[in-house]
Design a protein around this ligand. Sequence first.
Ligand SMILES: [Zn+2]
Length: 618
Amino acid sequence: MELRKTFGRFVDGGALKPKGWLRRQLKLQAEGQAGSLDKFWPDVKDSAWIGGKAEGWERVPYWLDGFIDLAWLLDDDDMKARATRYIDAIFANQCADGWICPCPVEKRADYDMWSLFLLAKVLHVWYRRTGDPRVAPALMEAFRQLRSHLAANPLKNWGKYRWYEGLGALAWLFEETKEPWLLVLAERIRQQSYDYPSLVANWPYQSKATKWTFEEHVVNLGMVIHSELFYQKLHPESNTDGEAFAETLLANLMKYHSMATGMFTGDECVSGDSPSQGTELCAVVEAMYSEELLLAATGHAVWGDRLEKLAFNALPAACSADMWTHQYDHATNQIGCQNEPTPIWSTNGSEAHLFGLEPNYGCCTANHGQGWPKLAASAFLLGDRSIISALILPCRLETEIDGAQIVCDVETDYPFRDTATYTITVSQPVAFDLKIRIPGFAKAAEIDGKPVKTGDFHVISKTWEGTTALNVKLTFEPQFVDRPRGMSVLWRGPLLFSLPIPSRSVKHEYERNGVERKFPYCDYEYFATAPWNYAFAGKDVAVEEHPLPEMPFAEDKPPVTLSLPMVRIPWAIHEKSIAIAAPQPSSLTPEGAVEQKTLIPFGSTMLRMTEMPIVKVD
Ligand SMILES: [Zn+2]
C-alpha cells in the first residue's frame, strides 16, 4: 500500500544553505549555548547515551535533534564530527536484542519509552543529512524490540502522551522496507496512547490549570498538534484527519490560553490568557516543528503564517540575542526577570523567568536548539516537479530536475524588511513550478510589479531558461489587534512590537548539583530601571528602518522601530509577585503627559510591555 502523499518534502543532505541574517542567527546558536552543550553541560557531555554517568533519557536526543541540522546547515566540519561521535556511540551501545536506549535489562520495565520515540526522530534526521546505512537496520531492530516490549509493558507517562514522535521515522522505514508489521506497530502504539482526539473534541480546560497533569502539559500540547497528521500518513484508511485535529486543538488553545504571538500559555500546564503568565520555551519550538510539518504536508499557507509568528517573535524573545541564555517561561508583558519568592506559575519554580543555563529545569536547555535550524530547513520544500519557497528566508537551494541543475537564491531581510529577490539559474531549459508562499500578514503583494494574492502560494509554471530574477514586494502596515481584557497589541507584518523597558542585569555564577554556571553560561536576573506602566494613547504610528545588526535580535539595535503616542496609567504589580505586572491596569485614567515612545520587535526585547489598552487622551 502507498502512504499518504504530502505537498512538499524537506530537502536532504546539505542542498539548502541559509544566508544573510538567518545564517548569522544560526552561527550565534552554534557558538552559543545550544551549540556548546557537549563541551560543558553534564547532561550532554557526560550522558549515559555515550557511556557516561549523567542523564540517559531525553537530553542527548533533544540536543542532537537541533545540533545535527545546525551542523549540516552551516556545513561545519567540527560540529559534524562532534555529532558523529554521539551517533557512533548510540549505534555501538545498541543491544543484541535491538534495545537501543541506555538502560540496564532489569530496569527496562520502568523505562519511559518517550526517549526511544525521540531518538527515532533524531536518527531519521541523521539519515536525511548523511544517508548513513546503519540507520535503517538499527531502527528496524529497535522497533522490533519495542513490539515485544510493549506486549508486556504498555506505554506509560511521557511515552503514552508523546507516542507519535517516532512515527515519522516509522513511516520512512515502511517506505524503505514495505514491512507490514511496522504499520501494525504504529496501530499498537496508538492503542496504548492517551486519546487526544477525544480530549480535543470535548475540550475541558477553559482556565488556568490548578495542578500538574500530562493532559494540560504545554509541551505535550505543542507536540501533539502534528500527532494525527503522522498517524494519518501511516494509516490513510483510518478515519482521522490530521489537519482538522490540529485546527481544532489550536482553536481550543487560542480560545482559552492564547498569547499575543499566537503561542499558548503553559507553566508547565495551560494557564489562561493573561499577558503576565507566559509559556515554556520547549513548547514554542515543538509548536513550530508541528506547524512546519503541517505546512509541508498540506500546502496550506496559513501554517506558514502561524509558524512565522512563533519563529520571529516567541522564539527570539525567550533567548538572549547572543544565544547564550534562555528563559524557561517568557511572558507577553515582562517587567522583570527576577527570582520570584512565590511564583504565580502553576507548577514552575521561582527561577522560571531568569535567563540562564537551565533556569527551572534543563529540558529547554537541550531542546531549544531545534527551533532555528528546523525553521531554516523549512525554507524550501520539494514537490513533484515543483520547487516550493515555503518561507521567505535568505538562503540558497541547489537541486536537480530532469538532469537540469537548478540554483535558487533568495536575498531578503524579511521579516525586518518587505522585499525579497529570487534568482533562479538552470543549467539547461527545464519545466517546473515555482511556488512562493505569500504571507497572509501582507496587506498586498506583488511580483515584478504585478499584484498577487496574499495568504496563499503563488505558482509560476513555465519552462525556465538561463537566469531569471523575481522581485517580491510586500506591503506591511501597522495594525492594532484586539486582545482579552480590552487590551491591544501592535503588529507590523510578521513582527509583534513591544515597548522595551530599560533594565539592568545581575549576573549569577554558581554551582548546583554538580552543574556549573560560569560566564558565558551563567544566569541573569533583569530589573526594570524605568516605568513600565504605559498605555497606547493613539494610533498614529511612524515606521523607521535601521541597519540590520550582527545579532539580528539585539535589543539595542532593532532593525525596525515604530513610534507612537503613549501615556502612563495606574497599573499594579501582580498581587503574588515582585516583578510581574497584574494582568490588566487598575484604571485607564492617564497619569501625566502623552509621550512619543519607540517600540521594537518583541523578539528583540528583554523586558517589555506588549499588551496594553488604548486610552483616550483629552
Ligand atoms: Zn522545556
